[in-house]
Design a protein around this ligand. Sequence first.
Ligand code: FAD
Ligand code: DLZ
Ligand code: SF4
Length: 524
Amino acid sequence: MSNPKSVLRVILGDQVAFDVATLADLDRERDVVLMMEVEEEGTYVRHHKQKIVLVLSAMRHFAQALRERGVTVDYIDLEDPGNTGGLTGELQRAVERHRPGRIVVTEPGEWRVRVLIEGWESLTRTTVEVRADDRFFATRDRFAAWARGRRGWRMEYFYRDMRREHDILMDGGRPVGGDWNYDAANRKRLPGRATLPAPRRFAPDATTRAVMALVERRFGSHFGELEEFGWPVTRADALHALEDFITHRLPDFGDYQDAMKADQPFLYHSLLSPALNLGLISPREVCRAAEAAWASGAAPINAVEGFIRQILGWREYVRGVYWTLMPGYAQCNSLQATRALPDFYWTGDTDMRCLHQVIRGTARHAYSHHIQRLMVTGNFALLAGVAPRDIERWYLAVYADAYEWVEMPNTLGMAVFADGGRMASKPYAASGAYINRMSDFCPDCSYDVNRKTDREGKTGRKACPFNYLYWAFLIRNRHTLSGNPRLAMPYRTIASWPSGREAAVLAEADAFLATLDSKLEDTA
Ligand code: FAD
Ligand code: DLZ
Ligand code: SF4
């Protein structure tokens, strides 16, 4: 029998928050919360096993927490008989079961799911209310209003507006400490003997262990390992993770934000993105906790401002870029890059130690920090001319924190410059010298970071591929990039080269890139 007054409230996997808009006016007597484990959400890209465990375990814990608060939850298990495997199929079945008066859902984090939801009303003949996701500082409309009429979008100016509007790190109308940005102080290399604080990890409980077994059974061939799973899957765990970061790592976060170290993927980073993106903690409480650490003298301004900028600035900004430019954004390819993703992105099987380190770390933890993503795997894909869609799907598949709204602009805009500069003012292209400066990867690599050409030198090692790939990238994209004032210096360097050098660099790059293609053919 139809129940016209009841509401079916749909909670998606990355909406496991008591304060999500869907639940704002929940009536415990009449309403039903619907949560659906479905095969399709684990396979539309073949997610890292840890990401699937994280989302399903967080969903199961949240359903339990809702039930403990007296809420009726209709929870669809992945292995329930009759599970159709898709969100829409499960919603239709739930509407037949409950015959609600209306359906309420909060806007999803991916365009793909938004399109699904748009079809729900006509499919189910039930009114569907889609609510704005107010877990962010800026609504989509707020970003659109900021972007409207601006010729160039730059995160820095959006961020300053956010600081003012939300009164974070402000002293009246001025930024605390006098500056908006302390980045110049935040590019230190790690001292060789630094003792690193181990971040708090969370041993899987019975619920998580059951999901781990399920994921091995159903998604066993996906990329990644489960042995070191330690992500927070409940709000209580996420709050402990926040406290652990603020106390033990935030004070040094700024100094070593860009540093990399072999076998140390975490350094002073917060590891909070998986919990933030699921909704276990809110960006507001994270920023306020960091601000309080500064106010009490527990952490310096360069660390606290640098950290808050990542969340109040970058995180909000990339979401605005995504929703403003989709769906066309997914197809952008301003540098017309077409190479297939090298196979070693899935295996880590490469002599380039930096890439090996980052990809192996990704397989073990479903995590790598920002500079590893941007300046190692991203930089290589940019220099090698990997097709944007290939590398973008890779980032969406391999990280525990990956959802299109945040992953896609970071990849297409920041890492591979496929959007022609909507996100970043220049490509983040760098030679081996950058990686050598910011890490300890190079001394033990089978390539020589100090050699520029492909022959062996005194060390018996060949030149670092990042070196000639960097110059070949600039030469090949001269037509598109040479007018960019921020690239004037390297183009002046190329102009000063003796004749024949350009051709030699291109030939070296081609010879190296051909080895990647032939490996792909071998595995095809
Ligand atoms: P910290 O270094 O401790 O930073 C604190 C928080 O700031 C993060 O938890 C995150 O919420 C936010 N943040 C930092 N940098 C960014 C950024 N550039 N964009 C948005 N938020 C940011 N982040 C994701 O959450 N999901 C993704 O799928 C994702 N894909 C990325 C792909 C590429 C190619 C690149 C270059 C970056 C990507 N990032 C993504 C941004 C960033 O790398 C991660 O947010 C960060 O590494 C998460 O680790 P952490 O929590 O320890 O971050
Ligand atoms: C990532 C993910 C996975 C693996 N599984 C589910 C699921 O079974 N059910 C669900 O509601 N959500 C899942 N998710 C998260 C969704 O993919 C996410 O909500 C959308 O991509 C929108 O951001
Ligand atoms: Fe990477 Fe080159 Fe350094 Fe090797 S030498 S670790 S390839 S930057």
